[in-house]
Design a protein around this ligand. Structure first.
Ligand code: ADP
Ligand code: MG
Length: 728
């Protein structure tokens, strides 16, 4: 066995189990390290508390005097918990999180020092923006950027650092992060939904979007992971033959959780409790070594922050357990990859979930209004929705019959399909009293009952209604949820805004009653959006054909899918809803296109290196062993040797063929890569990487994986799938 592989396996076998001490009452730990409402009540003056709460609830500005009070209380609280540093914590367009720690410590002259944290430091900081992706915003405007406190997401302590969630913007105001457009989209959906809610209840003053994500991930032994250069550099295995046993027995899904993984989960969950992430569910996923973690849903912005924080914490906690977390969407060929379902809904400050059927016909009409408008929003913007989940990694899953296809459709279940069919038959214009009564009693009034037995769940749909929420299932495991959530909330906001205009016009111009007008507009929406509804098997070829006939997009690669982000329509949409300016939309597009190119470029280099410098030399070594063997046989058996050496000679030839193929394909890949690298146009370059460079990966892999089956296991350099995939 190669030295590196042997050492990795030996180290893994030697590791000591980590003792996990767990509090039986998790609620006692929950939010312990969060500067939440409770803590604020204890630490803040009445005025400061009111100031922050009003900023959270109504978006009012916090004045400097109050900021000073808040910062000094935060410092006092944090220091009582052993904290020495603070950081503005933000989510730049790399997709990860960023932090730069500063000590509270400050000198005051005469060799003396104090601990200080003023309002100014809480409210705004100026990290050097120049090394974060900015998509040309830096060139067009100024290099400088600043981070600004987001009081709607509470500060928390992680380790010995007080972390303050912030937005990150250029000095000229353009967003350089994920949070800024998300907050704007949440404001847009709040405004538009609240206006529509007033048709049903004048008391509604605020509508909040909620998000419950389900994080899938792989856990593998750290020393084994570190023995694979592809995992270290790209987060996935670029080579590796499938193990004899993978997921075919379906024995992992919901199976008993291996104790090593369970220990890790318990430890991680404790950390989550402390920083206020309400994790609740854990289970084995479909693939070996694949797991899922899900919290109780929260307000969307907070849920996004919590998911970003979680992804960071997952890696840190894993390290303690000698494990490595793989958040990549497709770490292993031949077994399922990982996604992150985004469960989404809207609810009012009067306590109503707008996507849950209610108890009265009127509340159900409200439900149908939001339900149908969401479908219409997805229908009108299916390409933008697809673009929101596009990434080099996610391309491996979408459409690979393990995750939803690259075609966006909406699943609503048989019962609601029937309800929509009945609504479609509503008379145009004024309704007779009989029809109104019939609608209220027999269609709208029946919804709660029918939903209860609406148990069919179509797992192949990218966007499914699941009783009281929509579940957006095409999101990748590594993605920052802010991107899909910004798009979803923006398109729904725009749709609701248009809906209100149409309904108001019917009331005013056609003298319709409010509910008549609503029925009329909804009826037209149902007619117009049929193409997006699909209840069948999303994995089949039949659906691809049918979707094409319906005119739905089917962008299988990221460069193709991303284009919808900068269509005239998308730019206008984001501008109209005050979510992103044209400059911001275009900058993001540029960043995503470039990120795609870079990821494929890195993978291409790594696969070339491993195949050329690890696999081929190993194959040559083995071939030499065979040649020596054949020569020996010749010495012993003379002319007769062929009878005894036939298989060896065959192998020697096969190995030569594979080596030749690998070399020629690496050479060709390098050629097309060189051509791509000198392309000036970012879109063209990404397309070249996608269509010219990437296809070589599978071809090179094919030959390497064949060699893995031939070459003596003792000298094979890469830790094998069977060793990586089964945690012991
Ligand atoms: P599964 O789809 O795997 O069966 P669950 O039904 O348990 O999962 O729900 C998954 C996620 O949906 C959880 O995070 C849960 O909190 C979330 N969820 C439930 N209701 C809502 C809602 N109204 N808004 C957003 N997320 C929700
Ligand atoms: Mg789910």
């Amino acid at each position: 066995m190669s030295k590196i592989r042997f050492q990795a396996l030996a180290q893994s076998a030697k590791r000591k189990p980590v003792e996990v001490i767990e509090d039986t009452k998790r609620s006692a730990l929950f939010g312990e390290n969060v500067f939440n409402e409770n803590t604020m009540r204890q630490y803040l003056t009445k005025d400061a508390y009111k100031g922050v709460m009003s900023a959270i609830e109504h978006g009012t500005k916090i004045d400097r005097k109050i900021a000073d009070q808040v910062s000094s209380s935060m410092k006092e609280w944090a220091m009582s918990k052993g904290v020495t540093h603070y950081t503005h914590w933000f989510q730049p367009l790399t997709g990860g999180t960023a932090e730069k720690h500063d000590a509270f410590f400050e000198t005051i002259g005469n060799g003396m020092a104090i601990e200080k944290f003023g309002g100014d430091q809480l409210v705004q900081q100026e990290p050097d923006a120049s090394s974060f992706p900015n998509g040309g915003i830096r060139n067009t405007f100024e290099a400088r950027g600043y981070t600004a406190w987001d009081p709607t997401s509470p500060a928390f302590i992680y380790g010995t650092t007080l972390s303050i969630p912030t937005i990150f913007v250029a000095y000229t105001g353009e967003a350089l992060d994920y949070k800024t457009p998300l907050l704007r989209a949440l404001t847009a959906v709040d405004d538009a939904s609240t206006a529509v809610c007033k048709y049903f209840d004048k008391n509604v003053k605020k509508v909040t979007a909620s998000l419950g994500w389900e994080q899938e991930y792989f856990l593998i032994d750290k020393s084994l992971a570190n023995s694979r250069p592809d995992i270290i550099l790209t987060g996935r295995t670029l080579l590796g033959h499938s193990p004899a046993k993978g997921q075919q027995l379906d024995d992992h899904y919901f199976g008993s959780i291996p104790s090593r993984a369970l220990n890790y989960m318990r430890d991680l969950e404790t950390e989550c409790m402390l920083v206020g992430i309400p994790v609740k569910t854990r289970h084995n996923e479909v693939a070996p070594n694949q797991f899922e973690l899900a919290p109780i849903y929260e307000e969307c912005n907070l849920a996004v922050d919590h998911n970003s924080l979680l992804m960071d914490m997952m890696g840190k906690v894993a390290s303690r357990h000698q494990l490595k977390v793989l958040l990549h969407e497709k770490p292993f060929a031949g077994v399922n990859g990982s996604g992150k379902h985004n469960n989404w809904s809207l609810s009012t400050d009067t306590g109503i979930n707008l996507l849950a059927p209610g108890k009265t016909p009127m509340s159900n009409l409200q439900f149908l209004t939001f339900f149908i408008n969401t479908i219409k929003a997805v229908h009108d913007n299916e390409e933008l929705v697809r673009a929101a989940v596009a990434s080099a990694n996610n391309d491996h899953r979408l459409g690979a019959n393990e995750a939803p296809p690259a075609i966006i459709s909406v699943f609503i279940g048989e019962q609601l399909t029937k309800v929509l069919e009945e609504l479609e038959g509503v008379t145009k214009g004024k309704l007779s009293p009989e029809e109104k009564t019939d609608l209220k009693l027999n269609v709208v009034g029946k919804i709660p009952d029918v939903l209860l037995d609406n148990t069919d769940r179509n797992r192949t749909s990218p966007f499914a209604f699941t009783g009281n929420k929509f579940e957006f299932r095409a999101v990748g495991s590594f993605a920052n949820c802010a991107n899909p959530m910004t798009v979803l909330n923006t398109i729904v906001a725009k749709q609701l805004k248009d809906f209100k205009i149409e309904v108001d016009a019917l009331i005013e111009n056609k003298d319709l009653k409010k509910d008549e007008a609503i029925f009329n507009v909804l009826r037209e929406y149902i007619k117009a959006t049929k193409n997006i509804l699909f209840e069948g098997n999303g994995y089949g070829d039949a659906w691809e054909k049918e979707a094409k006939r319906r005119g739905l997009s089917n962008h299988k690669t990221t460069p193709e899918a991303l284009k919808a982000r900068v269509s005239k329509k998308s730019i206008a949409l984001f501008e109209e809803m005050n979510v992103m300016s044209k400059v911001e939309t275009e900058a993001r597009y540029e960043i995503e296109v470039e990120e795609y190119t870079k990821r494929i470029q890195i993978e291409s280099r790594v696969i070339g290196d491993i195949a050329g410098n690890h696999i081929v030399p190993t194959a040559v070594r083995y071939q030499n062993m065979l040649i020596k063997n054949v020569t020996g046989l010749k010495e012993i058996f003379g002319k007769d040797f062929e009878k005894h050496a036939a298989e060896q000679v065959k192998l020697i030839k096969l190995i030569s063929d594979h080596i030749a193929a690998i070399h020629s394909k690496i050479d060709k890949m390098i050629d097309v890569r060189k051509k791509a690298n000198i392309m000036e146009d970012a879109e063209e370059k990404a397309a070249a990487y996608c269509d010219e460079v990437k296809p070589f990966f599978d071809e090179i892999r094919y030959h390497c994986d064949k060699l893995e089956l031939m070459v003596d296991d003792e000298i094979w350099p890469l830790t094998k799938y069977r060793e990586l995939l089964f945690i012991r």
